[in-house]
Structures are given as C-alpha cells and as structure tokens.
Design a protein around this ligand. Structure first.
Ligand SMILES: NC(=O)c1ccc[n+]([C@@H]2O[C@H](COP(=O)([O-])OP(=O)(O)OC[C@H]3O[C@@H](n4cnc5c(N)ncnc54)[C@H](O)[C@@H]3O)[C@@H](O)[C@H]2O)c1
Length: 321
C-alpha cells in the first residue's frame, strides 16, 4: 500500500501538532508548513528526524505555495490568525491570514490538482445563535467577530471551489479546544494567571461569565479524522464539540481545582456589552454534534473533564520546562 502524503498548514501550532502526531502514528507521511508566528518547532520536536516527517518554514502568503503541495494529495488547513481579540486593534490580520491565505491555498490546490481539503473553522461562524445546541444548518449565520467572519468567508470560498472545481472538502466547526501546548483561550489564560498569583484570579467578564462548550484536543482530532475517513465527495460540514456547556466561573473552579487550589478569590472585570469578556465574544455557545456522532465518533470527555485534563497537561508541560 502506498503511504499517503499529507500537508498540514499550521502544523507547528497547538492543535496542528496534535494532529501531526496522530497522522504520523497512522503511518502517513506528513509535511508541515508553518511560519512560526504563533507556532513553535518545539511542538514538533518529537517527530524531527522521524521517517515520513518533514517541516518547511514557510508562509501561505509567500510565493512558494505550490511547492508546499508537491507530492501531497491531501491538506489539513489549520494555519490562521486564531485570536478573536486581535481584530480589536488590527482589522487586517483576520482578512489576510484567514481569507487571503485560504484563497491562495485553494488556488494552489487547483493549479496542482490537489483534491482533498480539511479546514479548521469555528463555532464563532454562528454568531450569537438563537438555537442552542446549534446544528450545522442553522441560519442566519451572523458572526460577531472579524475572526468568525473571516472563517465563514473561508468556508464560503471552499464551498465555491468544491462546487466549481471538484475539490473534496470537510469543514470542522470547533467548540473551544483545550489541552496541552495551548497558547491562548480562557483555560490557558486562567492557568497562566494562577501561576503568577494563586490567591486572586482576574476573570474577564461578569459573573458567572459566558457559557460555552470545551472539547479535549484528543477528542477533537479523533472527530476530525472520523469525518475525514467517512467523507465521500463534495463539501461537508461538521460541528466538533461536547454534549454540554459550562460557564466561565465553572471553568475557573475546574482550573483551580485541577491545580489543587482552594479559596482563590475571583475578581471579575465586568466585561463589555452585558457581560461578554470582550467585544465580539459570544455569550452562549453549544454545538449540536449529532451529525459527527452518527459516524460512530463521540467525545469521551465532558467540558468539565476536558478543562481538568487540559490543566494537568499544561502543568506537566510547565514542569518539563
Ligand atoms: N484552539 C481552539 O480552541 C480553536 C477553536 C476553533 C478553531 N480553531 C482553529 O484551529 C486552527 C489551529 O488553531 P490553534 O489553536 O492551534 O492556533 P495556533 O496559533 O497554535 O496555530 C496556528 C498555526 O498557524 C501558523 N500560521 C499562522 N499564519 C500562517 C501563515 N500565513 N503561513 C503559515 N503558517 C501560519 C502559526 O504559526 C501557528 O503555528 C486555527 O485555524 C484555528 O482558527 C482553534
């Protein structure tokens, strides 16, 4: 059997490096292209020198994009500007990194006849959905953040390339993904603050905070691959999350609990716009995951368990230096 060669954009990032590990473990050859803007070679250290693994430091907005695809039949596109708050001070980043970069990748795939694409999208494409849990065919989709808007634009481009040029594409709309190697997100933020001050914890927003769903990174990757293996032709969209949601206060309790801390004082900032952590923050997020579950996948950890495990992973990582 010939080994599949898969390109992972953003593979040096947090989620990407977990995906690379599983793809290599399955016996695939994997090429990572990453500009290391938020990712790191350290995330890939375990695979350096391993048969079938290749790292290319490169930018999807640069000129070598066709070369990155050379010999790859499949692409997982995770490279992105992923912080919802970036757009508060820089409105170009989401447009360049998430819309232009995705368009350039699609064009390169068309030119090089690369036919399969998996795309890391997000729950924020739904905006403040009136239906929760939110199914994939929910409408109207009205993102609150430029990040959500740029990912929705990426999805639209992929849909059009799929219908016009025969690309086979799977779009993953992720809930918050938590786990080791994270560099952003509420769990990472609260964990990092508690390393500095174990008595008082600043929390963005108004008590008890927004309600969201948190999926453990291993469950998220397993969900991606389940949909990937099942996908046939054309354009498919899957929510990837858990069967519950928790508020920020419960996240803070789970983070301090996993660190063995008691009596931490929470200091809420008050947030903006009726308790959102920041402008563009969604107050209530919970994805309907029945479509993905119908393929035999399920999330093994609840949101609460996922947060606890993520904190343990981050703590181990800190200790390892
Ligand atoms: N972490 C989550 O909770 C979450 C939730 C929903 C969706 N996602 C999506 O999953 C993907 C991975 O997110 P993550 O949390 O691992 O973030 P991350 O920042 O760790 O990973 C993104 C990677 O892309 C690289 N990159 C950025 N722009 C690039 C460019 N122009 N060319 C080449 N490489 C570039 C970065 O260096 C980084 O390694 C993103 O597309 C993100 O939008 C993440």
């Amino acid at each position: 059997m010939t080994r599949r060669r898969i390109l992972v954009t953003g593979g040096a990032g947090y989620v990407g490096s977990h995906l690379v590990k599983v793809l290599l473990h399955q016996g695939n050859a994997v090429r990572v292209v990453d500009n290391l803007s938020t990712g790191s070679r350290a995330n890939l250290a375990a695979f350096e020198g391993q048969d079938g693994f290749e790292f290319v430091e490169g930018d999807l907005l640069g000129s070598s994009i066709d070369d990155y695809l050379d010999g790859c039949g499949e692409v997982f596109h995770l490279a992105a500007s992923q912080d919802v708050r970036t757009a508060l001070t820089d409105t170009r980043s989401d447009v360049d990194q998430n819309i232009r970069a995705t368009y350039r990748l699609l064009e390169a795939m068309r030119r090089t006849d690369t036919s399969r694409l998996g795309f890391a999208s997000t729950s924020t494409v739904y905006g403040e959905a009136r239906m929760v849990p939110t199914p994939e065919d929910y409408a109207p989709m009205a993102p609150l953040s430029l990040y959500g808007a740029s990912k929705l634009a990426g999805e639209a481009l992929i849909s059009a390339f799929s219908h016009t040029f025969g690309l086979q594409a799977v779009v993953y709309r992720f809930a918050n993904i938590v786990g080791g190697r994270a560099t952003h997100g509420v769990v990472y933020d609260l964990f990092a603050k508690l390393q500095e001050n174990r008595e008082e914890l600043e929390i963005l927003g108004r008590r008890p905070g927004t309600r969201k769903s948190y999926v453990y990174v291993d469950d998220a990757i397993a969900g991606m691959l389940a949909a990937w293996e099942a996908s046939q032709e054309g354009y498919e969209v899957y929510n990837v999350g858990t069967e519950d949601q928790i508020n920020v206060e419960e996240v803070a309790d789970a983070v301090s609990g996993a660190l063995g801390l008691e009596g931490v004082r929470y200091r809420w900032t008050g947030g903006v716009d009726e308790g959102r952590g920041w402008r563009g923050d969604v107050r209530d997020m919970w994805l309907d995951i029945r479509r993905l579950k119908a393929l035999g996948w399920r999330p093994y950890r609840s949101s609460h368990e996922a947060v606890g495990l993520a904190v343990k992973d981050l703590a181990e990582q800190n200790q390892a230096g």
